[in-house]
Design a binder for this molecule. Structure first.
Ligand code: FEO
Length: 390
């Protein structure tokens, strides 16, 4: 359990949670990491912590460099427990340490832990802290993705610690983004869609602040450290935070009872492929809602299909739409379809939710009674084609 030096005198002391498969409803098929960093300077500084069950591993990594009792400064960029869970143990060990966080962070820490014995100093955007050779500067980034969120910048090292920003739930044997680029970007997109998506305006402000900084390394609190592909991830954050699209991306999200709506979903996909789009067909029976979100983050066109069950949508589609509403997904061109027996409620229910989200719905809902006939599928095909703007 050794620390890994990422820049001279600056170490990764985090943990890799290889077996994590679920993160409050988000499937994490590649596990995750909780990245903490140690700066050895006149003041020994720990940036962020790890999830509570991994406290011992954090301590052992710190101890491979320096006695944890010698920590002088603790920076808490974010109170969420995957980063703060180990802080009670750290603060107990490093009795003289001063913890720095925004006011919202102090409030959050006091709500989660007994901080009676902790020394806490609040900071705000523009504040700096000299720790010897290095000076840390702080930039608050409220609602990216909690009120307390903050990033810490080390100017002389061109090093940014943005906590959850630019993170990926991805455990691997690499420390940096030098390899497996496609996987890293895919996990960064999934992370953005499922964690950060509702806060586009706030992310844009953070990007404006980050643009003022000279950066050659971005060390997030999850996943690999960015050093090779910084321009690419910044560009993607600009796209995602502005609710932009990859123009030819489309997704058909659906569930089916007896296969009729599935046939319809396949027909919509076929129409869109015929139109030259890159289409993903996502069955909610087989894919988790967080994977569906990953599919649609940068898609322009999203079709939703559900049959009517009793007097509403299938529960899988209900869960997906509830999640989608919470994420405040914006700016999609959409189309609702599905089969029914004696009531058509599901499709209009889906359409009502998408209307409230402000999605563009250029075509009326398309329903098929019981079983898709060749003529029914032909009409559906035509409707799906009309959704696509030239
Ligand atoms: Fe990685 Fe918001 O915690």
């Amino acid at each position: 359990m050794k620390a890994v030096e990422i820049k001279k005198g600056i170490y990764w002391v985090g943990v890799k949670d290889w077996n994590l498969r679920e993160f409050h409803g988000y499937t994490t098929s590649r596990g995750s990491t909780y990245n903490a960093y140690l700066i050895v300077d006149d003041k020994i500084t720990l940036i962020d912590g790890v999830k509570a069950p991994f406290t011992d591993e954090l301590m052992r990594r710190i101890a491979s460099v320096i006695d944890p009792e010698k920590i002088d400064v603790v920076i808490c960029n974010h109170v969420e427990m995957d980063h703060s869970g180990a802080l009670p143990a750290v603060m107990a060990k490093a009795e003289n340490a001063m913890l720095y966080c925004p006011l919202a962070g102090e409030r959050g820490l006091k709500m989660h832990y007994d901080t009676t014995e902790w020394k806490i100093q609040t900071v705000k955007t523009g504040d700096t802290l000299n720790i010897g050779k290095h000076t840390l500067s702080f930039v608050q980034m409220p609602m990216v993705h909690w009120p307390d969120s903050m990033m810490t910048y080390v100017a002389d090292e061109k090093l940014l610690f943005p906590n959850d920003g630019f993170g990926q739930h991805y455990a691997c044997d690499e420390m940096f983004d030098d390899v497996n680029f496609d996987i890293v970007m895919e996990e960064a997109k999934k992370y953005y869609g499922n964690i950060v998506w509702p806060y586009g305006a706030q992310v844009q402000k953070v990007l404006e602040e980050a643009a003022k900084l000279d950066i050659d390394m971005i060390a997030p609190s999850h996943g690999v450290i960015w050093r090779k592909h910084i321009p690419e991830i910044i560009e993607k954050y600009k796209l995602w935070s502005s609710y932009g699209h990859v123009a030819d991306k489309a997704v058909v999200v659906y569930d089916s009872m007896w296969g009729s709506t599935e046939k319809m979903a396949q027909e919509v996909a076929a129409a869109w492929i015929e139109k030259g789009l890159k289409v993903t067909l996502c069955s909610l029976k087989h894919s988790n809602i967080s994977d569906a979100i990953n599919d649609i983050v940068e898609a322009k066109y999203v079709a939703l299909g559900s049959p009517t069950l009793n007097s509403g949508i299938l529960p899988t589609m209900g869960a997906f739409l509830t999640y989608l509403k919470g994420l405040a997904a914006k700016n999609k061109v959409s189309f609702c379809f599905g089969s029914y027996g004696w009531k058509k409620d599901a499709q209009s229910e889906m359409q009502d939710i998408l209307t409230k989200l402000g999605w563009e719905l250029p075509e009326p809902i398309m329903t098929i009674n019981w079983r898709p006939t060749a003529e029914g599928l032909r009409q559906l095909h035509e409707s799906a084609l009309k959704v696509i703007k030239e």
